[in-house]
Write a protein of this length. Structure first.
Length: 418
């Protein structure tokens, strides 16, 4: 069994696809080591185990909107594409989406996955309650009233339990427009960076860092916002564009300022099409927004080294939150995302140099993508990291939900792994 990108083969000794939460809880209680998998869209081993793998897509796909409370309860294995279609039928929406609607709700939230927009929190930001299965098989629901336990568990890397359902805040359905601008001069982009990334509800920059201009700027605006005539020297695309210049835009969401439902504009790719490039690798580093121009300039010094390995890089933003291991914890942030060619050895050889460049800016890696765990001071990057480690030890003293990657990140192997 492999992940979505095909760059890793999982190490599990057995795989089960339970058909109910009760069945899942019994499997968890009986297994010495266990991890859950959703859409398998991680590029590293955060979701791996040498024990039992539980696939969440066999659980009932429950989506229960509550228009009066403006919430929705959704089972963890449901994809965002499926969730969004159900919400739209109830005239409801969620605040933001990642570039791909194909990813599972539980997996995206547990790893801090996000969309873009200076005022938009990551996908975890809408979580009001979370249901998870503890190592004993106990099914526990945590709400915001549970304080630290809740704030540690939402972006929990699967270390505190198997997430079976979440309750999300919703809002009334809304309409959006999307347009693409091309050839934005780097000098103008960096000199006006705050204004640039605030120019629409959601803004993404696509670049290879080579040359004097940003290839594309994707603007996702609320339908009521007036269209922008231009943006710091960039020119409007006259035809639909894919982030990769050699690919058809057929599988991308509608552009050219044509208004449509939020779920058909917030992602970059349509749910009904195979997303992105196919075989690829990804890394992403999230750092304080105020450091964006300097950090981008630092990355540009590596442009010639990046170019042979890079399909494209996306620059996004996100609002601060309070989840202990969220890359956006208490920082309005910029995210530098790298979509690599499937050259893993070469990419992993370059990552330490890229990470050294970004370290002075307090860069936090995306938990589900490629990075070098040993090169990060986790307690310095995450003020509540020691507290998370203590909770993981208290809730899972035998390390049932741990693996080699989590042992390295948390710093102390679980008791049964010593």
């Amino acid at each position: 069994m492999k992940n979505w990108a095909g760059n890793l083969e999982y190490a599990s000794s057995a795989v089960h696809r339970p058909g109910s939460v009760d069945e899942l809880a019994a499997l968890v209680a009986a297994a010495p080591r266990v991890k859950a998998l959703g859409s398998r869209h991680s590029f590293n081993r955060v979701g791996d185990t040498e024990g039992l793998h539980i696939l969440l897509d066999g659980l009932p796909h429950s989506i229960e909107p509550d228009s009066e409370r403006q919430t929705v309860r959704v089972s963890g294995g449901v994809s965002y594409g499926e969730l969004c279609r159900a919400l739209e039928q109830s005239d409801l929406a969620i605040h933001n989406l990642a570039s791909l609607p194909h990813i599972s709700v539980a997996g995206a939230i547990q790893t801090g996955t996000h969309g873009s927009g200076v005022h938009n929190q990551s996908l975890a930001g809408e979580v009001q309650s979370i249901e998870l299965v503890r190592p004993s098989g106990e099914v526990r629901t945590l709400t915001r009233a549970d304080g630290d336990d809740f704030l540690a568990s939402v972006v929990g890397l699967g270390a505190l339990g198997v997430v079976t359902a979440v309750e999300l805040s919703t809002r009334p359905s809304f309409r959006m427009r999307q347009r693409v601008l091309e050839n934005l001069p780097w000098d103008a982009a960096l000199a006006n960076f705050d204004a640039l990334v605030s120019a629409a509800y959601s803004v993404s920059l696509f670049t290879t860092y080579v040359g004097d201009s940003v290839s594309q700027v994707w603007l996702k605006a609320l339908d009521g916002e007036p269209p922008l005539a231009g943006l710091f020297g960039a020119t409007a695309a006259t035809r639909p564009r894919h982030p990769l210049p050699d690919m058809s835009a057929e599988n991308c969401t509608q552009q050219l300022d044509e208004a449509g439902p939020w779920l058909d504009r917030l992602p970059h790719f349509r749910h009904e099409f195979t997303p992105s490039k196919g075989e690829e690798l990804q890394s992403e580093y999230i750092l304080p927004l105020e450091h964006a121009p300097a950090a981008i300039e630092a990355v540009r010094t590596l442009a010639d080294r990046l170019a042979p390995l890079l399909f494209i890089s996306e620059i996004r933003t996100g609002a601060a939150d309070e989840f202990w291991l969220s890359p956006f914890y208490r920082r309005q942030s910029v995210a530098l995302h790298f979509t690599w060619k499937p050259l893993q050895a070469d990419v992993e050889a370059l990552l330490p140099e890229l990470e050294d460049l970004l370290r002075p800016f307090g860069a936090r890696p995306h938990w589900g993508k490629l990075f070098t765990p040993s090169r990060f001071d986790w307690e310095q990057l995450y003020p509540r990291f020691a507290g998370f480690r203590s909770l993981a030890s208290a809730h899972d003293p035998e390390g049932k939900f741990r693996n080699v990657l989590l042992d390295g990140i948390l710093g102390v192997p679980a008791a049964s792994g010593r």
